[in-house]
Design a protein around this ligand. Structure first.
Ligand SMILES: [Zn+2]
Length: 540
């Protein structure tokens, strides 16, 4: 047995107790506090925390590691501040990568063009002869050049697809911005498919990035059948740096045929016998997003009274499909943004409990952006885990320029009700939706705690009663996510017997200005089951 002692810092156990020493042995936590110090003499290794903070490692309850990995491999258009800067980066990338037949990148800021309308001709100016397709930061929208539309066979005569919409010029010609499923697929479907090897590279990159951020478990919230091959391959080759649970996406067009695939994918992942990889979850997109007016609302959009959004599933079919995957013992993970979307998701959970009977099923509703007061108590009552992205709960450009006008002032005040959900007894777990927003829990924490944007506005927080305390925010990233993963007996707290998943920060973030947490905190080390996974070369 090898024993490691951590000392000379603060240890936040997640149980309300803070101690100053901890020992781990054989991948598990052995002792904390005085009992750990009593074993100091028999420790094989000592980690001097140098006055920093040791926590249970973080989890990310909703993310897209393949997209994030690919984003890092393509043109770097994230954080570009203007259309010109994006076009310039695409031009630079195209010159540096003559071998790329299609240039695919992500993800641009939709607020940089009025109304989110991006013109194909702007990209034509940089790359006229090869297709270019860029995803917007919401991942529900793409902007492409004329050559991409030509290769995809799209022109003025192409009607809007069933689940999606093309932005058009005054003369009916296609502008180059495509919204939602079928419209996005109409372009991207023409591009060569990613190879398994490309995907393995993206997954390795993404999980290594997570390990460096102190994260040891992630929920991939959108896995297609082909991506499972890449995960299995990456796991076989030992290239996954963290634990990953796969959320296999249910397609409203073919979910009945998918049931056998889901079972086969779960079983072949299980057969690997590697506890880093599981495939226990099925993902349902209940609706879209408010920025595009595709999130499903109970009342019409404020700036377009003709629409209440675009549910992805016929209501009855959503209930039926969820019941079918639940009967297979799989967990449901439902994307719901609008108040009608959230209500449908809750109805689906209620339906499943009724038809399939009681079971520890831990349904997850992700995002929960707009919530009707009447639905608030249903989370606790139905045992639903609200998976929320704290970085979205602030008045940034997307919120004030795109969302507020869409829903009007009354509904604007019913968004991301994290404090209310906790007070109503709901289980809350945090996630990032990376690459939609920053993957680092240390970037999301300050927003959960302050509800202020990076300019520290509005002072005192947007919807201040929805702020949460530091301990609650940390718990939502640790014990809350462990519960979502059915692993609360194993991870999320630092108590003897639990798996030694740890993160060491250089400072005690609970004692700093919350805004500084994202800017001035370093992750000094990450351990998974007692093995140090960050920095990668260190063996402590
Ligand atoms: Zn997502």
């Amino acid at each position: 047995m090898s024993r490691t002692l951590f000392r000379n810092g603060t240890i936040w156990t997640g149980t309300g107790a803070a101690v100053t020493a901890l020992t781990i042995a054989d991948g598990r936590i052995e002792a904390v506090g005085a009992e750990a110090l009593a074993r100091a003499g028999a420790a094989d290794r000592v980690v001097d925390l140098e006055g920093g903070l040791l926590l249970p490692a973080f989890g990310d309850g909703h993310c897209h590691p393949d997209h994030a990995g690919f984003e890092a491999m393509g043109p770097r258009i994230r954080d570009r501040g203007s259309v010109d800067e994006i076009v310039e980066e695409v031009r630079r990338y195209a010159l540096a990568h003559p071998e790329d037949e299609w240039i695919i990148g992500a993800s641009y800021d939709s607020t940089l063009a009025p109304g989110g309308l991006f013109d194909a001709r702007w990209l034509d100016a940089a790359v006229p002869d090869r297709p270019v397709v860029l995803r917007a930061w919401d991942y529900h929208t793409v902007w492409c050049n004329t050559e991409a539309m030509r290769r995809a066979g799209l022109d003025a005569s192409t009607p809007d697809p069933a689940r999606g919409r093309f932005a058009r010029r005054a003369d009916g010609g296609l502008l180059g911005t495509m919204y939602e499923w079928d419209a996005v697929d109409a372009v991207l479907g023409a591009a060569p498919a990613r190879t398994t090897e490309d995907l393995v590279r993206a997954l390795r990159l993404a999980t290594e990035t997570y390990a460096a951020a102190g994260v040891t478990w992630i929920q991939d919230a959108w896995v297609e059948h082909a991506t499972v091959d890449a995960y299995v391959e990456a796991a076989r080759r030992g290239l996954l740096a963290t634990r990953v649970n796969l959320g296999l996406r249910a397609d409203p067009g073919r979910w009945r045929d998918q049931l056998a695939e889901f079972a086969a994918d779960r079983d072949r992942v299980r057969a690997l016998g590697d506890d880093r990889l599981t495939a226990n979850t099925v993902k349902f997109f209940v609706d879209g997003i408010l920025e595009n007016r595709t999130a499903a609302l109970l009342a019409p959009y404020a700036d377009d009274p003709c629409t209440r959004g675009m549910p992805v599933w016929p209501y009855e079919e959503l209930l039926e499909a969820f019941a079918a995957v639940d009967a297979m013992g799989l967990q449901g993970h439902l994307h719901a943004i609008g108040d009608a979307g959230v209500r449908s998701a809750l109805d689906a959970v209620e339906h499943v409990a009724r038809v399939n009977g009681p079971r520890d099923r831990r349904p997850v509703i992700a995002h929960v952006q707009l919530l009707d007061e009447a639905d608030l108590p249903r989370f606790a009552r139905l045992g639903v885990i609200a998976n929320i992205q704290p970085l979205w709960a602030r008045t940034d450009a997307a919120m004030s320029e795109l969302t507020f006008p869409r829903i009007g002032p009354e509904r604007a005040g019913r968004q991301y009700l994290i404090g209310s959900l906790l007070r109503a007894g709901a289980a809350v777990a945090f996630g990032s939706d990376w690459p939609v927003t920053d993957h680092r829990p240390l970037a999301g924490l300050p927003v959960a705690v302050t509800r202020e944007n990076t300019e520290r506005e509005p002072a005192g927080g947007w919807l201040p009663e929805e702020r949460v305390g530091f301990d609650d925010a940390l718990s939502a990233y640790t014990a809350g996510v462990a519960r979502q993963a059915f692993a609360e007996e194993e991870r999320g707290l630092l108590v003897p017997g639990m798996v030694a998943d740890l993160v060491w920060l250089d400072v005690d973030i609970r004692r700093m200005d919350p805004h500084d947490v994202a800017l001035r905190t370093a992750v000094r080390g990450t351990w998974m089951a007692g093995t140090r996974i960050h920095p990668p070369s260190r063996q402590e």
